[in-house]
Design a protein around this ligand. Structure first.
Ligand SMILES: NC(=O)c1ccc[n+]([C@@H]2O[C@H](COP(=O)([O-])OP(=O)(O)OC[C@H]3O[C@@H](n4cnc5c(N)ncnc54)[C@H](O)[C@@H]3O)[C@@H](O)[C@H]2O)c1
Length: 263
């Protein structure tokens, strides 16, 4: 059990990316000592620079979540910062766009990085989360809820959502809460490649979103902050879409079905 005066550590994987960075900033603002992890040094250091600049506490660590030694170092560094109370599995990566183009090798890569990596990070800090009645927050995707392209990634995110429920049910008796967040399109650097093919990609995407906009990294970070906080003490095993309404339905299609201009 953690000492009440000890700082609480939040571990955030993929902290060098835009969403990971926004999550680190939000959690530091919530008072956590943040352990920012990424396989890339430079963007991760930049995240920690911004956390410190904003008055937050934390440390940046290079870590390949698929490497067992790195995960052991992650747990060790987290304990040095404080009582490990929150793990945010945020690493994510896509390979093939369609099943037709997908290779077995890439499908396996998608499953490993998006699902197995999250499970492995959880195992590395499992005892800490039990001792500290901690929280697991997994960053999934709407791709885990329906078909939106990138099949290997989608299968892995669906599995990540189910893994979240597995933790919620098996570890609830220890006071551990586990939830997933399913973002729709988020304006981040990962879209740069697609924007090269189609500079209008966000404009085109907006058409399918009831709120007629895509999310920003801070939209995701605010929900991570809430769902990981005591304000969400009774929420466990949930998958919360943060998708500007995408998975609720499409206005254009509703209009066609209802033959109404009201949509
Ligand atoms: N951007 C979107 O539109 C969107 C939509 C839905 C869900 N998401 C999810 O949000 C999360 C963050 O997305 P993002 O857009 O910021 O992505 P990103 O690619 O910018 O960030 C991911 C980070 O993970 C790091 N990483 C990759 N492999 C790693 C490894 N083996 N070990 C440690 N770090 C590793 C990368 O270096 C990168 O900094 C992902 O899980 C993604 O699937 C994003």
């Amino acid at each position: 059990m953690s000492d009440q005066n000890e700082l609480k550590t939040a571990i955030v994987t993929g902290a060098g990316g835009d969403i990971g960075r926004a999550i680190c900033l939000e959690l530091a603002n919530d008072g956590y000592a943040v352990l920012a992890l990424d396989i890339l040094k430079e963007p991760n250091d930049e995240t920690m620079r911004l956390v410190h600049e904003a008055g937050g506490k934390g440390e940046a660590l290079i870590c390949d979540i698929l490497d067992a030694d790195d995960r052991a170092k992650m747990a060790e560094a987290g304990r040095k910062l404080g009582a490990i109370s929150l793990l945010v599995n945020n690493v994510g990566m896509v390979t093939d766009e369609s099943l037709h183009k997908a290779s077995v090798e890439n499908f396996e890569k998608d499953l490993k990085i998006n699902q197995l990596g999250a499970f492995a990070c959880f195992k590395a800090v499992e005892q800490d989360l039990i001792a500290n009645k901690g929280v697991l927050t997994n960053i999934a995707s709407v791709n885990g809820l329906g078909v939106y392209g990138h099949p290997g990634y989608s299968a892995a995110k669906a599995s990540l959502i189910h893994f979240t429920r597995l933790v919620a049910v098996e570890y609830g008796k220890y006071g551990i809460r586990a939830n997933a967040i399913a973002p729709g399109t988020v304006r981040t650097q990962v879209w740069d490649e697609r924007a090269k093919k189609n500079p209008q990609v966000f404009e085109d995407a907006k058409r399918w979103y009831p709120l007629q906009r895509v999310a920003d990294p801070v939209d995701i970070a605010k929900v991570v902050s809430f769902i990981s906080s005591p304000a969400a003490a009774a929420i466990s095993g949930a998958c919360l879409p943060v998708d500007c309404g995408l998975t609720a339905g499409q206005a254009e299609l509703a209009g066609t079905f209802a033959q109404s201009e009201d949509y």
